[in-house]
Design a protein around this ligand. Structure first.
Ligand code: FAD
Length: 320
């Protein structure tokens, strides 16, 4: 009986790995279960210290250059076999693009149910997951009765907390004999720029209110000043003003940053589905009746072509 947390890496440990470890740590503590983790990647060397404080007993590290990049046929057998070996009763991963695929494949191989993209979880005589459904209109509380109970946690919704002192024992394991059908040689930079949208702490998005692709730089300048990822509504994507990889919403990406700024976005329910779990929502819209004002923390009624440059200047000044 134990909890197993899947530590995601992309060269270095991903922040969502430490968020999953935080959530798993709380579950293990409430349930009185042992907590272990699995790391699959090129090398954990130099990062062991980051795994202190979560109450992890052991971290099983499968290190190999061929495991540096995620591959389904490389990672899934490792997690499946380790979960069985440890008799894991709870498995927690991340709801990143990679994590969702890994969790779904492991759940399929183990023949168990999985709750994807939970925004919170807790232990109360079983594993409970909080999950938005119907484009975020309903927040459901799901009890997972299967064993192992599996869930993936949305990135950025959990504050990383280290409450225990001890550093886990690192158990280094050889890569199992598997024939990899695909070996990724190199991962190219995402088209959204340097900050990945789903993991960004700040997201600034543009809507149809920008009026045309030639005006996107007004919002982009604010994003650059704030070190933010650049998002967009579907209207902007459908009009061909920007690539689909920037789309936030039900049929785009789901983001949960600390700050989300919607510029010229009306706040349709399908857009909200991708951003309403953001910690602080700021809306800039010239229509005081716009739906986005019903869910925002700070609303600026005004023309984005006046507001965005003022904010950009203020941010740049504050940064010196
Ligand atoms: C099945 C389905 C899936 C969908 N999936 C998504 C999705 O994933 N993501 C998504 O975003 N949408 C999605 N949509 C579309 C969604 O319903 C809306 O049509 C879309 O979000 C509208 O985009 P918008 O807010 O940019 O445009 P609009 O609704 O046209 O709003 C533009 C806003 O800009 C304001 N504005 C105009 N000029 C200015 C100015 N100068 N300064 C400040 N404000 C200004 C206006 O007041 C208005 O509120 C989906 C729809 C369906 C049916």
């Amino acid at each position: 009986m134990s909890v197993l947390v899947l530590l995601e890496q992309r060269g270095a440990l991903n922040p969502c790995a430490l968020e999953a470890a935080t959530a798993a740590s709380a579950i293990a503590k409430s349930a009185g279960l042992e907590l272990n983790a699995v790391y699959i990647g090129q090398s954990l060397a130099g990062q062991e210290g980051e795994l202190a404080g979560f109450g992890l007993k052991k971290v099983y590290a499968y290190e190999n250059t061929r495991l540096g990049h995620y591959s389904n046929d490389g990672y899934v057998p490792i997690v499946r076999e380790l979960a069985q070996e440890l008799g894991a009763t709870v498995i927690i991963g991340s709801a990143s693009a990679q994590g969702k695929e890994l969790c779904a494949s492991v759940a399929g191989r183990l023949g168990v149910e999985l709750v994807q993209d939970a925004i919170a979880c807790r232990w109360d005589k079983g594993l409970h997951a909080t999950k938005p459904v119907y484009a975020g209109k309903v927040i459901s509380d799901v009890v997972i009765n299967d064993s192992p109970a599996m869930l993936s946690l949305r990135p950025n919704v959990t504050v990383i907390e280290r409450v225990f002192g001890a550093t886990p024992e690192i158990v280094r394991r050889d890569m199992p004999e598997v024939s990899l059908r695909t070996v990724i040689q190199k991962a190219a930079e995402a088209t959204t720029g340097t900050v990945e949208l789903t993991e960004a702490k700040i997201v600034i998005s543009a809507g149809r209110g920008v009026g045309g692709p030639e005006n996107l730089p007004v919002v982009e300048a604010l994003a650059n000043a704030m070190g933010a990822a650049f998002g967009a509504s579907r209207a902007v994507v459908d009009a061909g003003w920007i690539h689909h990889s920037h789309q936030v919403g039900q049929t785009g990406k789901v983001v949960s940053p600390d700050i989300y700024v919607a510029c010229g976005i009306s706040g349709a329910i399908q857009h909200q589905a991708g951003m309403r779990t953001s910690r602080i929502i700021v809306a800039i819209n010239k229509d005081p009746q716009a739906n986005i004002f019903k869910i925002c923390d700070y609303g600026i009624v005004g023309d984005l072509f006046e507001i965005c440059p003022l904010l950009t200047e203020a941010v740049l000044q504050a940064k010196g």
